[in-house]
Design a protein around this ligand. Structure first.
Ligand code: NAD
Length: 329
């Protein structure tokens, strides 16, 4: 089978080569996304895969159908790039990679929690100025004495809960879906109760109408002084104005974010700090606010899984088979 892989990045190439060698399929990689200019490239291939944030618009599906392409295998979770009605109208089957490595995100959330409780940013900044003293306020808390509320105990939340439990932390879970298998390491409770008890609040929900601005003024009014907030899910879950107020008033002892509502303005780009959105500049000035450029997913395991799962799905679908990653109408 001949597969065309759009928008391939250098990190993916070793895994593509290994997969092609193992399966005997031919994979051609290009570094442009699938759009109206590049769709012609698919002519003569049996299957295609892409990962991209730009929309795959209506005429593209017609073109693909014309080239006898029957599927698109996306190498990412979010599939809002697709025009589902048009894809289905043109008999194009679609797949995404829903769970490439929940551990990747969970491990990075834990890394940043440790960085916050050990005040590493503060110490790094002091040392950069030649100050090797035990700066005031640098005394840490230990993780096994903390109560962590996980909002959204799905794939990532569960992986995070397991690690926290293994480290001796008390883990509270808030989720409309109750998973009995999590009981050994999660105590399920209500949001109100979790906010009243938690030393650490960590968001792992999808972004939807219910979770958008879930952390609003009322939410912050319920949390305990000295709470740590972690957002490794989606920026819009937290009202950033309220977050800034809570850092400013020291209601929050610290926060670590891998995502922000305006991240498309600067994530994965090179920029001077002075060119960043002004709210991000203000947040970066805090010793106890950690920002990372949406990299929680970025591990070797995750990239390998994204490539292999998408290519396997492409072959399965072209052969008329079924995959649990298929996006159904
Ligand atoms: P998942 O679907 O397995 O789990 C999400 C959980 O949230 C589910 O159990 C769901 O019931 C729960 N939930 C939904 N609404 C809720 C609410 N109002 N209150 C409490 N819980 C609620 O998803 P996942 O794979 O664990 O991913 C979670 C999120 O992490 C994704 O939606 C994505 O936004 C984010 N993510 C971030 C990165 C990164 O690199 N930073 C990478 C992948 C995913």
């Amino acid at each position: 089978m001949k597969i065309l892989m759009y928008n391939t990045v250098a990190d993916e190439l070793p895994y593509v080569e290994k997969w092609a060698e193992k399966t005997g399929h031919e994979v051609v990689t290009i570094n442009q996304p699938l759009d109206e200019r590049t769709v012609e490239r698919a002519n003569g291939f049996d299957a295609i895969s892409t990962q991209q944030t730009t929309a795959i618009d209506a005429p593209i599906y017609q073109n693909l159908a014309h080239f006898n392409i029957k599927q698109i295998a996306l190498r990412q979770v979010g599939y809002d790039v697709f025009d589902l009605p048009n894809a289905f109208a043109n008999h194009i089957r679609l797949s995404n990679v829903a769970a490439y490595s929940p551990r990747a995100i969970a491990e990075y959330t834990l890394t940043q929690l440790f960085n916050l409780i050990r005040h590493n940013k503060k110490f790094d900044r002091a040392m950069a100025q030649g100050d090797y003293t035990w700066a005031a306020g640098g005394q840490a808390r230990e993780i096994h004495h903390l109560t962590v509320a996980i909002i959204g105990v799905g794939r990532i939340g569960t992986a995070f809960a397991q690690m926290l439990h293994a480290l001796g932390a008390k883990v509270l879970g808030v989720d409309p879906v109750y998973r009995a298998q999590n009981e050994p390491f999660v105590t399920y409770t209500t949001l109100d109760d979790a906010l009243a008890q938690a030393d650490v609040i960590s968001f792992h929900t999808p972004l939807n109408d219910e979770t958008r601005h879930m952390a609003d003024k009322d939410f912050f009014a319920q949390i305990q002084p000295g709470t740590i907030m972690l957002n490794f899910a989606r920026g819009e879950i937290v009202d950033m104005v309220e977050l800034e107020k809570a850092l400013d008033s020291k209601l929050l002892a610290g926060a670590a974010f891998d995502v922000t509502p305006n991240e498309n303005d600067f994530m994965n780009q090179k920029q001077l700090v002075s060119d960043l959105p002004v709210d991000v500049q203000r947040l970066l000035a805090y010793d106890n606010f950690l920002l990372s450029p949406h990299i929680a997913f970025y591990t070797d395991t995750a990239i390998k899984n994204m490539v292999e799962m998408a290519l396997n799905d492409a072959v399965t679908m072209v052969n008329g088979g079924f995959t649990e990653n298929e996006i159904l109408r």
